[in-house]
Design a protein around this ligand. Sequence first.
Ligand SMILES: Cc1ncc(COP(=O)(O)O)c(C=O)c1O
Length: 396
Amino acid sequence: MTDSPKRGFARRASQLTPFKVVDFLDAAMARQAAGEDIIRMEVGEPIFSLPAPMAAAAHHAQSNTHQGYTSSLGMPALRQAIAHFYAQRYGIDLDPARVIVTTGSSAALGMVCDLLLNPGDSLLLTDPGYPCNANFVHRCDATPVRIPVVAENHYQPSPEDIQRHWRNDTAGLLVASPGNPTGDMLSRSALTALHGAVTQHGGTLIVDEIYHGLSYDEASEVSVLELTDDAFVINSFSKYFAMSGWRLGWLVAPEEALDPLRLMTQNFHISPPSLAQHVALAAFEPECIALFEARRAELRARRDFLVPALRELGLRISHPPPGAFYIYAGIETLADDCEAFCWDMLARAGVSITPGTDFGHFQAHNHVRFSYTAEPLPRLEQAVERLAKVLARREI
Ligand SMILES: Cc1ncc(COP(=O)(O)O)c(C=O)c1O
């Protein structure tokens, strides 16, 4: 038999970029497993126990129902509950038919990109932004075009940015509000202006609202659904509802997109996880919502402690982030390589944080992200003490 040349992998596989936080997460967990006391500030998921009504729903569903496939768009009762949630929170009359329950918002992001992007197209993203977005675009053989965003504009793009970065092949813009890694938000007027700028070019606006429910101060969360029916909305049970491991999210789509999305989800996922949907349904019970709101207050207290404490250590934080559970901080006066800085802090302070380079290129090397969702306030105080000690001894 003659050896035929080995076929390589598709080009898109080589375009994938790593999700660096996972390297830090793995390293932090390995140190913990080896008995080290690591303060976890790299993880982007809330670590809270399952509220009793949700645990009861899981138990009941497991004992009484067959955990088979559900409707590929999600259980009708859950789609109805999500639509009702929009009525309660935002006063929006949302047709449940426009709600598609997905396997985490990751599946929703993938499907929207699959729907909107032809090979050779481009999609505008923010820099910094959620690292996986660029890879969803690569998966379509399309190009992510990153718009550098600055603290002065709340780390969000402006209509002028859209004008400047729009190309003939641009299909639209994906923004997150509150965003990851900055926690910054789009006001109603900023969101309206962005929607106007995108539609003026004949493009599509996608808004990732996964951190809705987690905003502090007076900053009000505006859903793009309050402004228009022609945008795509990404959301999830992973953050406010603290169900990250259950892998459940949702997508609200314009009516004309429902048919192709139904075919995609049928073919690519068959259905979202059944047990998770029963649990998510219970998440809307008043007792659970009250608990999520108490957690929101707890997260605000953590943020309010950390912002001044980190500034005191020399980290640059332009303004307290209004939402999510992240602080995106400049380390210009402390180090010139964020990855080396994060590895150093993990090894010497036992504090695990994420390098800015996970979130893009623009000024990334002198930023780091602190997540304040995994550890209670006393542990965060301890983290600051440890960092202070190490930084006092450290030479750049
Ligand atoms: C902005 C943003 N969008 C989407 C996701 C994906 O989340 P999931 O698939 O758990 O819903 C994340 C996860 O951290 C995120 O930060």
